[in-house]
Design a protein around this ligand. Sequence first.
Ligand SMILES: Cc1cc2nc3c(=O)[nH]c(=O)nc-3n(C[C@H](O)[C@H](O)[C@H](O)COP(=O)(O)OP(=O)(O)OC[C@H]3O[C@@H](n4cnc5c(N)ncnc54)[C@H](O)[C@@H]3O)c2cc1C
Length: 396
Amino acid sequence: MASAADVIVVGGGVIGSAIAYYLSQEGTKVALVERGDVASGTSSACDGNILVIDKMPGYDSQLALKSQELLAELVESLDYDLEYAQRGSVLVVEDEKQAQVARDWFTRQKDAGLPMRYLEGKEVFEDEPLLAHDMVGLVECASDASLNPMAFVYGLISGARRAGAMIHPFTEVTGFLQDSTGVVRGVETTHGTISADKVVLAAGVWTPGLAATVGVNVPIKPRKGHILVAERSPHPARRKVQEFGYLLAKFGGTEGRSVEPDMDRYGVAMVFEPTEHGNFLIGSSREFVGFDQRCNHHVLELMARRALRFFPTIRDIRVIRTYAGLRPYTPDHLPIVSPVPTVPGLYIAAGHEGDGIGLAPITGRLIAQMIVGEPTAVATEPLRIDRFVNKEHKGE
Ligand SMILES: Cc1cc2nc3c(=O)[nH]c(=O)nc-3n(C[C@H](O)[C@H](O)[C@H](O)COP(=O)(O)OP(=O)(O)OC[C@H]3O[C@@H](n4cnc5c(N)ncnc54)[C@H](O)[C@@H]3O)c2cc1C
């Protein structure tokens, strides 16, 4: 195969698919190259939450809010059942000490215009009656939603295909083509070369390896997370519920949460997600163990125990499946959505950690706008790759 496109997208996860979709809507001739099947990486080993509630107040939460707006448009335009449901979500507050931190968090998000409420006392149980009865508060975000992440990728891919994008599954990118001045001219793949003047690297946790072949250092590390899938059963809550301590596990810090040492060690924090099919998912864990995606039964047991702390009534519901995926972690918790200044024609869209499903619409839109030369929907300075230059990042 030797072919040509305007833009090549490397990676058929949710990020690459969203980029291919938005670019193809602009009339750009896109080739998406994926070494496995589409959605065979992290985008099929995750939950499907589209959240603002778990973002840092400020740029992070505004980016997520913008992405939620774009997703609502995609639900209408994709002509694919994404199993989308906008039920809102809540963070559950475990005790009075944590409530002080949670109220401050809530106030900052509400002052920034996010659709949030703080519930306490008996309101908590009127809202979610099956929560453990010693819970003291709930932070609610009304705009939060969920969907099936694989259906989302398939919907984006079929929308891109309808607009003329060429999708090449089971084709691995092995290197970049560059001219004598270093400008990108395409990619080499296991099935031949594809030429294009722009290449977008959207290979999730595998981005650093490919970027290194053109001398670009990308500080993304795989951060493993586990999921338990429960059998179909009455749901213990009507929407997405996370413990407030999830924010501490995600962003670091232990103040305001007292859990057994191994729960801290593996970043275990309760996340409950109902699905449209009557099952529910239980997360979460966070650890740096390279590319090892095997389930660790000790971590799964810790997660199940943590879930029982918040929902004692799920004790007899069976777990039917478990899996683990690799979040593409960056040291400052923001993704990289950026041209690469040292390699003209190359762009990177990766590093969305635990937020890539929710941030896919805004990422796809931003890269498309950068490439076609339109003003971007939000400022992109905080997402540039060169924010890491000359900084030493040691991980967590
Ligand atoms: C347990 C868990 C729960 C999560 N829950 C949520 C959630 O509720 N909400 C949310 O927003 N996010 C969530 N996330 C995060 C989200 O899943 C990721 O941020 C997102 O899937 C990353 O998408 P991606 O397209 O960057 O990466 P991927 O989906 O991994 O896609 C990258 C693709 O690149 C391909 N590739 C790699 N190398 C090459 C090559 N050389 N040539 C061609 N193709 C290549 C891979 O095969 C892969 O398909 C969760 C993650 C985990 C692990």
